[in-house]
Design a protein around this ligand. Structure first.
Ligand code: GLU
Length: 458
């Protein structure tokens, strides 16, 4: 499917929280779609909710989109910087008599709701203020009565073709006239989005399924304003393994937490692309370039996408394994000297996250304290172990792989390798002793073997 007009898509996060996984996944799908169609990807910060929007959230959203490498072509635009634009269009809606002031109080609305519920009706605004005479409306406004602005919802069936969900139909009878603005310079979400999407020439609105119910409302407003209708695509919700909407109780929901936990941004992106999409074959690892080449919009699933942290861990492990040692040193913020690079090269297969490195590598830098009993292999006695360690120690300058192998042949593999490995690492589990020896060097290794011998001798 090649879109006829220029592809312009957007990600429109509200800075009312940290960058959410769902928003990041939506950003990725938009970003790919733009790249595949030589289009533009636009970042719009939807900050009209002044009470809940915070600069630190905007910063987090921008920083983490950058971390993921989801670069945008235009923006960030902020809705709070576009009030003149909204005012113009709200005035237009009002001139077209599609807008009216609503003076109903919270209690009025609640009473109406209760009355409808007791009659078994679905609650919706009955349009009381829409029936007020123009002179009364004017009078109330002049008196300073608090009010909001409602959009007159025409009675009709709204239908649209969704790129994921196919034909969608919606009866407007189900909704009452909707509140679209607090005043002419303060539009609410549905109205601001429609104006922005038009003004920014958005061709495709690709967003989470949680917005599906907003789409008919937005289409009605577009029609009232004589705007173009973008093509819609609603992406499946991201669910926890228990198939409930993803929540903080189950797993972290903000991108910064994954960033801090030591996931690689490319691995995380690779994980995100599989949330609601699968390729034809069973390829699971994609470079960014491959994502652009292989992503097919019509393979996006309708059903919820399950968030599986084991999958994320597996993907991250694969990326770590294949990463260049120098790049890893850089990400780990350690000096890329010969020893550090050798440690990285040895340990990267054992890491699931970047943050595992410190724990896995610490024994190289400082031998931890460990109990003497750990040195004793299976059925060996303390005396056997002491003798074996002494044999190793006596190799002196010749402490190397060949000599250790030859001792192992003579005395038994476990008998030699186990106490040597523990002596060098102080750990229950670690890489093999000769790998550790290569990195520590003979002098440091001999020091550690001496310590082991002392431990056993007391
Ligand atoms: N501000 C909305 C959100 O954060 C964007 C919705 C849309 O893409 O239209 O969910």
């Amino acid at each position: 499917m090649t879109p006829a007009k220029e592809v312009r898509v957007r990600i429109a996060p509200s800075p009312t929280g940290f960058l959410h996984i769902g928003t990041a996944r939506t950003a990725l799908f938009n970003w790919i779609f733009a790249k595949q169609n030589n289009g533009k990807f636009i970042l719009r910060i939807e900050d009209t909710d002044l009470e809940r929007s915070e600069p630190r959230f905007e910063k987090d959203i921008i920083d983490n989109l950058k971390w993921l490498g989801l670069d945008w072509d235009e923006g960030p635009f902020r809705q709070t910087e576009r009030l003149d634009i909204y005012e113009k269009h709200i005035q237009d809606l009002s001139d077209k008599r599609m807008l009216y002031p609503c003076f109903c109080t919270k209690e009025d609305l609640e009473n109406e709701r209760q009355a409808q519920l007791t009659q078994g009706l679905a609650p919706r605004y009955g349009g009381r203020c829409g029936r007020l005479e123009a002179t009364i409306q004017k009078k109330y406004i002049e008196e300073g009565r608090p009010h909001v602005w409602r959009f007159k919802v025409p009675d009709k069936t709204v239908s649209f073709k969704d790129m994921v969900r196919g034909d969608v139909k919606f009866e407007t009878k189900l909704i009452g006239d909707i509140i679209v603005a607090k005043d002419f310079r303060t539009p609410l979400y549905n109205l601001a989005v429609v104006i922005d999407d038009q003004e920014m020439n958005i061709s495709h609105v690709i967003r989470g399924e949680d917005h599906l119910a907003n789409t008919p409302k937005q289409i009605l407003i577009q029609e009232a304003l004589g705007f173009d209708r973008p093509t819609y695509a609603h992406l499946p919700l991201i669910l926890d393994p228990d198939r409930k909407k993803m929540s903080k109780r189950h797993s972290a929901t903000s991108i910064q937490e994954y960033n801090q936990q030591g996931y690689l941004s490319d691995a995380f992106l690779n994980f995100l692309i599989m949330l609601g999409w699968h390729p034809k074959d069973d390829q699971e690892l994609f470079t960014k370039q491959e994502m652009i080449e292989k992503f097919e919009f019509d393979r996006i699933q309708k059903g919820g996408a399950i968030f599986n942290v084991d999958k994320l861990n597996w993907i991250n492990t694969q990326y770590l394994r294949h990463m260049d040692d120098n790049n890893l040193a850089d990400l780990l913020d350690i000096e890329p000297n010969t020893q550090n690079l050798a440690i990285i090269s040895l340990l990267k297969d054992r890491m699931t996250k970047l943050t595992d490195f410190n724990e896995l590598a610490s024994f190289f830098y400082k031998l931890p304290d460990y109990p003497a009993s750990l040195l004793v292999w299976k059925n060996n006695t303390k005396e056997d172990t002491l003798r074996n360690l002494q044999l190793i120690y006596d190799l002196g300058e010749d402490l190397n792989e060949i000599q250790i192998e030859s001792l192992a042949k003579q005395w038994g593999k476990g008998e030699i390798f186990w106490p040597l490995r523990v002596a060098l690492s102080g750990q229950q589990a670690s890489p093999g002793p000769t790998d550790i020896l290569d990195i520590l060097g003979v002098e440091e290794a001999q020091k550690r073997i001496t310590i082991a011998i002392h431990k056993l001798s007391v």
